[in-house]
Design a protein around this ligand. Structure first.
Ligand code: 5RP
Length: 246
């Protein structure tokens, strides 16, 4: 793993750090690329920057593949030409945020709800650059006690949630249905599915084993562990921007 650190910075807000990481990632973008456009408050800055460079004529012939309806709307408002995986099954580069990043560049994604499209798009990229502020760096995925999202079909979601909880009983896993903002209704993904969030007290154990076990459960559509997918992680912190490559 190659690690490089760039210039220290003065006191910055978390939003400043997100922007810093996003702008650094956009340095990897070249004219003519097919780009995966991520979702979330960090990816938002990257998409905005790409739109800005297109407008200034500093980038040309970019095609974006959005990872959510939200990002699609943002990209369209910026005049970024869009396409899809059916037309462009191989992408040059994707840029996206993450909820957690471990030392091996494995990720938790999906607290923003877009994990399925993100995994499809980012799994089809030659290079996947993840942009985070330093608060997202963790010792072990799921170990911070925050949500590990799993997208499930609405049909008997409670049955699926119980099976997920039983799978990780030893890790003290509690599963909760995600609800939409401002109401008791379930949160609906762009694919009209539900999300259940897994909260762990103990260690998840081997991530690949956990990933396979979750994926094998009927009723599960996709989960938020992105194992061995990121090729580069850009981390913005008080001491500057660090780039970690696989
Ligand atoms: C959305 C995601 C986001 O990339 C993740 O939640 C990070 O978001 P933010 O940059 O807002 O912290 O996975 O599904």
């Amino acid at each position: 793993m190659v690690v490089s650190t760039i210039s220290p910075s003065p006191v910055l807000t978390q939003d400043d750090l997100k922007k810093l990481a996003a702008y650094k990632a956009v340095d990897y973008v070249e004219s003519g690329m097919v780009l995966g456009l991520g979702t979330g408050s960090t990816a938002y800055y990257a998409v905005n920057r790409i739109g800005e460079l297109l407008k200034q004529g500093k980038l040309n012939n970019i095609i974006g593949i959005p990872t959510s309806k939200r990002t699609e709307e943002q990209a369209l408002s910026l005049g970024i030409p869009l396409s899809d995986l059916d037309t462009h099954p191989v992408l040059d580069l994707a840029i996206d945020g993450a909820d957690e990043v471990d030392a091996y560049l494995n990720l938790v994604k999906g607290r923003g709800g877009s994990l399925l499209r993100e995994k499809m798009v980012e799994g089809a990229c030659r290079k996947f650059v993840v942009i985070v502020d330093e608060s997202k760096m963790v010792k072990s995925l799921g170990g911070s006690g925050l949500a590990m999202p799993v997208e499930v079909v609405p049909f008997c979601w409670n049955f699926t949630a119980t099976r997920l909880q039983n799978l990780f009983r030893e890790a003290g896993c509690v599963v909760k249905l995600r609800v939409a903002d401002g109401g008791g209704k379930p949160y609906l993904t762009d694919n009209a599915n539900y999300i259940v969030d897994l909260y762990f007290k103990g260690d998840i154990g081997d991530l690949k084993v956990a990933s396979d076990e979750i994926t094998r459960l009927a009723g599960v559509v996709e989960h938020g562990m992105f194992i061995d997918m990121a090729t580069t992680v850009i981390i913005a912190g008080e001491c500057g921007v660090t780039v970690k490559n696989k």
